[in-house]
Design a protein around this ligand. Structure first.
Ligand SMILES: [Zn+2]
Length: 565
């Protein structure tokens, strides 16, 4: 490897000029033999990791305190001034690699997936699309602005929509109904604006697809998302199978809920409260307890997980408590140069926090295990694989949640996790199928759009919930899903990963040790193999066959039945 360039990258002061200059040096790098190709890939990894660590640190600093204007400026500077230069530099390097016969030969035998990704990027790239994509990105952010401005006035207090949804867990049914209808009223005040926004986004996305030589944006996006292991038709077949096998389970979840709540009709404001009328689960009070109990649970699954928690705590790579000014949400952010990950969340001591902690630790473990791979492109996991790690960790760890709960509560938590799987899978598919319609019907009116959603959602929403008196909540439900606006089609991956996680959980129950060995071996390969090969390493089949989906639905149903007793 070229030591002097390597050192230069390590010590580079990250100004736009320096980053641009560094990429120019890499573009001049000779690639006439295998040693030089490997050397360039190492140098490219060094600069990529330098930049992603920098981005991570700036992003985390801002997320920890969104009121810190210095952190905000430092992040904005990186995104606006440094990243575009790096992107341009990366594009040029991609093209140079593809032009070099020795590089292409090397990659086709050593990293065929990466070669495929490079070819796909170059194949879809159109200069005029850069400006349209920038416009699309800015425009899509209006969704968050429109929705974030909504507030619900209740009990003399103003609540954000997020705060208001938490009130839907209250045991008083009358209050829940009031809150739900107030939230709905708020959403209805922006439906027209969100429809208009969708019109604009559809137009831009249609132009992007046509410029790249596609008939519609769906087919373009399928390739852009690097879905090499399955086709659009496979996804459509999956829609039908989830409808056939998982919607009936979701219906049974609701029938049981109705019976436990002892109500004649289940209404949309009855879905978040504990069905038995007991107070919400309370797994811990302080985040120190979350770490301690979480560590015990994880360590009993795999000692490496306990050690990972210790290292992250010691390095100060966990920020778990909810406080004023902290960004919402949760993530595990890889820190490639520190060979670690940063776990960020907003814990308040509720059931969801335990699930989130396990989910993010699944990502952190994945990042840790694949962190030793030599090249950065090998550590880039497709989402179908990344979420397999995190969703599997939710399910597998649930058997150890006695670290958080007494017997009865532990059972309640396990029921809740599995019921959420049954209810969420159909929702994911509804969101996806609706987008297939949106992007294959470029000319349509707002009412046709609402009609299309209603038709789709009728198939996937539980038939046991009565929307009478809150019909608009059903018709405009799609507008609640940020991804439809900000990340088109980026959603079905959750269903694919969830099915994989169910399959892994099934095997874990039968033979925990062997399953975990295969699971961690699969995580070690990061994103260096095609998805189906990574799934196969974990002992899973990457198939959307009816036989497999039926088997997994049956497994979920059996698990629920035994817990429901
Ligand atoms: Zn995740």
């Amino acid at each position: 490897m070229n030591e002097s360039l390597q050192n230069k990258i390590e010590q580079l002061e990250l100004t736009p000029e320096n980053v641009g200059e560094m990429f120019r040096l890499l573009q001049l790098y000779s690639i006439t033999n295998i040693a030089e190709v490997e050397s360039l890939l190492h140098l490219r990894t060094a600069i990529t990791e330098r930049l992603s660590q920098e981005m991570a640190e700036r992003y985390i600093a801002f997320a920890k305190n969104t009121a810190d204007t210095h952190a905000r400026e430092s992040l904005d500077f990186f995104v606006e001034e440094i990243e575009p230069i790096a992107q341009e530099g990366d594009n040029t390097l991609d093209a140079l690699l593809l032009k070099s016969k020795v590089a292409v030969d090397y990659l086709s035998s050593n990293a065929p997936l990466y070669l495929q990704q490079l070819q796909r990027r170059v194949e879809l790239f159109r200069t005029p699309n850069l400006a349209i994509m920038a416009e699309e990105e800015v425009l899509s952010q209006s969704y968050a602005e429109i929705v974030a401005a909504l507030t619900v006035e209740y009990g003399g207090k103003s609540h954000t929509m997020q705060e208001a949804s938490a009130l839907l867990e209250l045991t008083d049914r009358g209050i829940r109904q009031d809150i739900y209808l107030l939230m709905l009223q708020q959403r209805l005040s922006v439906t027209a604006r969100l429809h208009d926004l969708m019109d604009e986004l559809l137009k831009l996305r249609y132009r992007i697809a046509v410029n790249a030589g596609f008939k519609n944006y769906r087919d373009y996006r399928h390739l852009e998302l690097e879905r090499f292991s399955y086709t659009v038709a496979d996804v459509q077949a999956l829609h039908k199978l989830i409808e056939k096998y998982f919607v009936p389970i979701a219906d049974r979840v609701m029938v049981r809920r109705k019976r436990l709540m002892n109500v004649d009709e289940l209404k949309p404001w009855d879905l978040d409260v504990d069905a038995t009328g007991t107070a919400p689960l309370n797994p811990f009070y302080r985040v120190e307890e979350l770490v301690q109990s979480g560590r015990s649970a994880l360590e009993s699954i795999d000692p490496r997980l306990g050690e990972l928690v210790d290292r992250m705590v010691a390095a100060g790579h966990m920020d778990l408590d909810n406080r004023l000014g902290k960004a919402p949400g949760a993530f595990s952010y890889p820190l490639p140069r520190s060979k670690s990950s940063f776990l960020f969340m907003n814990a308040t001591g509720v059931y969801d926090d335990v699930v989130t902690f396990m989910h993010e630790m699944g990502h952190a473990l994945h990042e840790q295990l694949s962190g030793g791979l030599p090249y950065s492109f090998q550590k880039d996991m497709p989402m179908e694989v990344a979420e397999l790690a995190s969703m599997s960790m939710e399910l597998v760890s649930s058997s150890k949640w006695d670290c958080f709960y007494g017997d009865l509560e532990h059972k309640r938590a396990k029921v809740r996790l599995l019921e959420e799987v049954a209810v969420t899978l159909p929702w994911i598919v509804a969101v996806d199928e609706f987008q297939h319609w949106l992007y294959t019907h470029p000319e349509h009116s707002h009412s046709e759009r609402d009609g299309a959603w209603t038709k789709v959602y009728r198939k996937y929403a539980s038939h046991e919930v009565s929307w009478l008196g809150a019909e608009e909540g059903f018709v405009f439900a799609w507008q609640r899903q940020l991804h439809i606006f900000e990340d088109p089609f980026y959603y079905i991956e959750y269903a694919i990963a969830q099915l994989g996680a169910l399959e892994l959980f099934k095997q874990f129950i039968q033979s925990p040790k062997e399953t975990l060995v295969r699971f961690t071996e699969a995580l070690e390969v990061g994103g260096s193999l095609p998805m189906e090969d990574i799934y196969a390493k974990a002992g899973l089949s990457f198939s959307f066959s009816e036989e497999r989906i039926a088997l997994l639905a049956n497994f979920l149903e059996e698990q629920l039945a035994s817990l429901w007793e």
